[in-house]
Design a binder for this molecule. Structure first.
Ligand SMILES: [Ca+2]
Ligand SMILES: [Ca+2]
Ligand SMILES: [Ca+2]
Ligand SMILES: [Ca+2]
Length: 468
């Protein structure tokens, strides 16, 4: 037998034979060990894969659990008074432990200065401009909007096929190559539909917020080093999608489920008198009655109503009656913007407000307190009469639709998942009206949470001690 190397030691024939057998055995052993190591390695990868799979199942389960939890929170808030934002103190929203999993509610900062630290909360859909009710003038005020795209949005949703100025109906869509389609000529059902509207520009729709978490991530501030292409100016330039909704819808009912009092309605005087007596007492009702009756007859919105009553009624007093009042007997009012939660960019779109006053409103907004009922009354201290008259019909202090953007990880911080839900409470019991998997957008909880979780991944003991 020819060995791979020669044995040069002086030895007898039988010793040489034994030596070669030994070497053969060594080679076989070496082969077996390699084989064992190979299988061990592949078993390890299988194990890691299985473990990652378990983690992602845990994350998915955590998201399901979190969505039920949010439904419960919204249901309870609705019992207090319909249309309230759940107070930030009453629900868990950041790094919530659920067995071996952890979840977060990815929110939006009310401040314009978006930082690298995410906000964790529910997102109020009434803080946005409704694509189904906004006029072309209102749409044009959105950041990144062009007159052509704004007009095309109107043509997309209106039933007719008459092209508005700058707009686009089916002929424009039919010219599309290689896949022509027709203009929808019906309401928007999701905000994502904007991508199909003539003139849609992904850069303007999504802005710099590649992972749609409302903060400036590293890749969103490195120019073209990694997608998206951004201007590297240290601040997040959000897209149009950030400012729009299709969900805002306010039911015209009071806390007890009865219809609201229509302030200009036929029976308004008697109803308002009774309301004032109930909420503010007999004496105050008598003092305010004359003023309230006159104001009610001349107001086209609740904001204007409060303005016309004048300083005699305090903001806190108005808050007590605001939820019982309306200017219409329609069962629902669509597209009202909550002046207590909308960003300056959205408020700027409202007629009579504009960019400058929108910023003033955002700056002088009172901090909401769990004890107080929400009100629009404070707005009369910022806007002048003309603005109040114009903006009033578009504003509200109440919200009935909320986005819960839930991200979760399973054991050891692995198995990242993210699902966006929209909850509707306009029919009292909260229900999910939209659901979308956003896991593909990647990590959304910022750098700090990632670092904390990587510590957890390296210290399984920490993971165990964390459980309650
Ligand atoms: Ca149309
Ligand atoms: Ca981002
Ligand atoms: Ca980039
Ligand atoms: Ca930027």
């Amino acid at each position: 037998m020819k060995l791979p190397f020669s044995l040069s030691l002086p030895m007898g024939n039988s010793i040489a034979k034994q030596g070669s057998v030994l070497i053969i055995v060594l080679w076989i052993t070496f082969g077996l060990v390699s084989l064992a190591l190979y299988f061990a390695q592949s078993m390890f990868f299988e194990f890691r894969a299985a473990d990652n799979h378990v983690a992602s199942v845990e994350a998915e389960q955590a998201i399901e659990g979190a969505s039920r939890y949010i439904s419960y929170v919204l249901g309870n808030t609705n019992l207090v008074e319909p249309g309230l934002m759940p107070d930030l103190q009453v629900y868990d929203r950041e790094e919530v432990f659920l067995g071996d999993a952890t979840f977060w509610l990815i929110g939006r900062s009310e401040q314009e200065s978006r930082t690298e630290v995410p906000t964790f909360a529910l997102v109020d859909e009434s803080s946005k401009l409704n694509l189904n009710t906004a006029t072309v003038e209102m749409l044009q005020m959105l950041p990144g909007m062009t007159p052509q795209f704004a007009a095309a949005i109107i043509d997309w949703r209106d039933e007719d096929s008459d092209v508005t100025t700058n707009g686009a109906e089916s002929e424009s869509y039919q010219r599309r190559n290689p896949s022509p389609y027709s203009c929808k000529n019906a309401r928007f059902e999701t905000v994502e539909e904007l991508r199909f509207v003539f003139g849609a520009d992904p850069g303007a729709l999504y802005g710099e917020d590649y992972n749609r978490n409302g903060i400036l991530d590293l890749n969103e501030n490195d120019a073209d080093v990694s997608p998206p292409i951004d201007n590297r100016d240290g601040r997040l330039d959000p897209g149009i999608l950030e400012c729009v909704t299709v969900y805002s819808l306010e039911p015209n009912i009071r806390g007890d489920g009865s219809p609201r009092i229509v302030i200009g309605g036929t029976n308004a005087v008697a109803q308002l008198t009774q309301l004032l007596q109930e909420k503010l007492g007999e004496a105050r009702a008598n003092e305010l009655q004359g003023q309230v009756t006159t104001a009610a007859a001349n107001a086209r919105s609740l904001l204007e109503f409060y303005f016309r009553i004048g300083n005699q009624m305090s903001t806190a007093e108005f808050a007590l009656i605001e939820g019982d009042l309306s200017v219409t007997n329609a069962p629902f009012v669509e597209g009202l913007i909550n002046v207590n939660s909308a960003s300056a960019a959205v408020l700027a779109c409202v007629p009579g407000i504009g960019a400058e006053k929108a910023q003033q409103l955002a700056n002088s907004r009172p901090t909401p307190s769990a004890a107080d009922l929400p009100t629009i009354a404070w707005v009369t201290q910022v806007l002048d009469e003309q603005s109040i008259v114009q903006a009033g019909p578009y504003l509200t202090s109440r919200s009935y639709q909320f986005t819960a953007d839930i991200a979760a990880v399973g054991r050891y911080g692995r198995g990242y998942r993210r699902t966006q839900f929209v909850f509707d409470t306009s029919e009292q019991k909260p229900k999910i009206i939209y659901r979308r998997d956003l896991s593909r957008l990647g990590w959304a909880m910022g750098q700090q949470a990632r670092e904390r979780l990587s510590v957890l991944a390296e210290n399984p003991r920490l993971q165990r001690s964390r459980r309650l």
